[in-house]
Design a protein around this ligand. Structure first.
Ligand SMILES: NC(=O)c1ccc[n+]([C@@H]2O[C@H](COP(=O)([O-])OP(=O)(O)OC[C@H]3O[C@@H](n4cnc5c(N)ncnc54)[C@H](O)[C@@H]3O)[C@@H](O)[C@H]2O)c1
Length: 206
């Protein structure tokens, strides 16, 4: 996609960190933006800051682990702005610790947010993007999942996180392959950041 002006970007985890930075970059390029975040206060502050810059942006407080809420976000996006062009499945959480000491709760939490949250995003948005492509030869869309360098390499004391991000890498590659069977108007990409310093950190130590 070369022209972003007036296109629609959806960003989960858009209230802070990389999601907020993605929102700012999208707004700078003239995109209409839909932000979703579980943290209502962070979301509101980011929406206010973007609107102060004249951005056309809406927000939804939701938990990406809730499939119905993510499906409703896709519906709201379609109703308000039309089909999404860029969907950033960016919301993610981390934990640190020895892998055999990671609790049942840690496994459930990280896999739910980092893996199922991304699956919910692609399940909710891919059909609307494929439909848009079918109806408009000029339409282009891309689903961008945030993995991590920890989705490619492994290191000490971040086992559960690394497992979850390897899953995001595999899910993104599978999405790319599956989409390429159907169309060249909708595709998938994956972000694999190394350590990025952002204003708010969400690392839960054991
Ligand atoms: N910062 C880094 O160094 C780094 C490196 C590699 C990958 N990543 C990945 O980048 C993504 C963004 O991370 P960040 O560093 O900006 O973190 P962050 O904590 O600053 O931002 C994450 C945002 O996601 C939201 N969020 C968390 N759980 C959610 C849920 N269940 N539903 C909806 N929103 C939820 C949080 O409220 C927060 O606003 C994550 O997927 C993370 O794993 C970050």
């Amino acid at each position: 996609m070369k022209d972003f002006n007036n296109k629609v970007a959806v960003i989960t985890g858009g209230g802070s960190g990389l999601g907020k930075a993605l929102a700012e970059a999208a707004v700078k390029r003239g995109m209409k933006v839909v932000l979703a975040d579980v943290n209502a206060k962070a979301l509101e502050q980011t929406l206010e800051a973007l609107r102060a810059q004249g951005a056309d942006v809406i927000g939804e407080v939701l938990d990406v682990t809730a499939a119905a809420a993510v499906a409703a976000l896709a519906e709201r996006t379609q109703q308000h702005f039309g089909p999404a062009n860029l969907v950033f499945n960016n919301a993610g959480v981390a934990s640190a610790g020895l892998i055999w000491e990671s609790s049942d709760q840690d496994w459930d939490w990280l896999l739910a947010v980092n893996v199922k949250g991304v699956a919910n995003g692609l399940r909710a948005f891919t059909p609307q993007m494929l439909a848009a492509a079918k109806g408009d030869a000029d339409y282009q869309g891309c689903i961008v999942n945030t993995a991590s360098l920890a989705g490619v390499l492994t290191g000490p004391a971040m086992g559960v996180y690394s497992v979850s991000k390897h899953a995001v890498m595999a899910m993104s590659e599978c999405l790319y392959h599956d989409l390429s069977l159907l169309t060249n108007q909708v595709t998938a990409a994956v972000l694999s950041p190394s350590y990025v310093f952002v204003a708010s950190r969400f690392v839960r130590f054991l």
